[in-house]
Ligand binder design. Structure first.
Ligand SMILES: NC(=O)c1ccc[n+]([C@@H]2O[C@H](COP(=O)([O-])OP(=O)(O)OC[C@H]3O[C@@H](n4cnc5c(N)ncnc54)[C@H](O)[C@@H]3O)[C@@H](O)[C@H]2O)c1
Length: 264
């Protein structure tokens, strides 16, 4: 997809990876609506990015269907039909099976159902026009795993599965999909995880590979949209880890247990 002149929405756009995706889309010539829960920050970000004619801040919870409907309407009213929707807002958090049901529900709702609801609202228009592009921010945790982060891992696997499913179901009718699966990225979410005292999950992220800047990741996403490539792996080693996992599952599980013992 040519992003020059495209109309895009990026959720979780106030900071981190979402802000970087929005920045690269704007620099490539797209018009972008940045949607976020954090009103002050999303307005400040739109101002700071400096494309006032081609950008707009939207405040709301993008896992809520009515809010999503409003987001799509405001985008279309202002700029025209949406070409690219980047479902990037996500919720992190560490913990295993003792995480409260409310936190499992939050992870499921934001990391998966927000994607399902967005595609559900967009798909009819995309099929009528014969084009549309969906970007899912999942995680390397959605292809591999992440220690001490059960709701996160499960909901990110679901996000990858949903993105694959959309690509297969609608790919022959003009709908493209990219799925972003990074390891550690230098954002607020990453620093929050690092600060939870004694969390092996946070240490495991740091031990698994380099921490990339959000800017590098945003650039990789816009490249993948342009090339219409499904898997976006700003950490290329994730492809090798995935091969090892699928080549020999038991060996991969044993390796993950060794990593767990190391970071305890
Ligand atoms: N940082 C990493 O190491 C890393 C690695 C892999 C994947 N990811 C994924 O990247 C995405 C972006 O994370 P980030 O690292 O940039 O985090 P971040 O905390 O810097 O930014 C996330 C943004 O999403 C917003 N948000 C959260 N829930 C929302 C909701 N329901 N509605 C609207 N906005 C909402 C937050 O207000 C925040 O501005 C997430 O899906 C995350 O899981 C991050």
């Amino acid at each position: 997809v040519n992003t020059d002149g495209a109309i895009a929405v990026v959720t979780g756009g106030a900071e981190g990876i979402g802000r970087a995706i929005a920045d690269h889309l704007l620099r490539s010539g797209a018009s972008v609506v940045l949607a976020d829960l954090d009103a002050d920050r999303v307005h400040a970000t739109v101002e700071r990015l400096g494309f006032s004619q081609r950008s707009l801040a939207f405040v709301g919870d993008v896992s809520d269907e009515e809010t999503l409907r409003r987001l799509l309407k405001e985008t279309t009213d202002r700029f025209g039909p949406i070409d690219v929707f980047a479902a990037n807002a996500g919720t992190g958090g560490l913990g295993g099976i003792h995480v409260l049901d409310e936190e499992w529900a939050l992870a499921w709702n934001v990391n998966l159902m927000a994607h399902v609801r967005a595609v559900r609202l967009l798909i009819e228009g995309w099929l009528e026009r014969g084009r549309g592009y969906f970007v899912a921010t999942a995680s390397a945790a959605g292809l591999l795993t992440q220690l001490d982060a059960a709701p996160y891992v499960v909901s990110k696997h679901a996000a990858v599965a949903f993105a694959e499913w959309v690509a297969i179901t609608y790919g022959d009718r003009g709908v493209g999909v990219s799925c972003l699966c990074p390891m550690g990225v230098d954002t607020k979410m990453y620093h929050d995880a690092q600060q939870s005292v004694g969390a092996p999950g946070a240490r495991a992220i740091a031990a698994s590979g380099p921490i990339l800047s959000a800017d590098e990741v945003g650039r990789a996403v816009v490249e993948a949209i342009t090339e219409e490539r499904f898997l976006v792996l700003p950490h290329p080693e994730v492809a090798e880890y995935l091969r090892r996992k699928t080549n020999d599952y038991d060996r991969w599980l044993a390796g993950m247990r060794r990593l767990q013992a190391r970071v305890k």
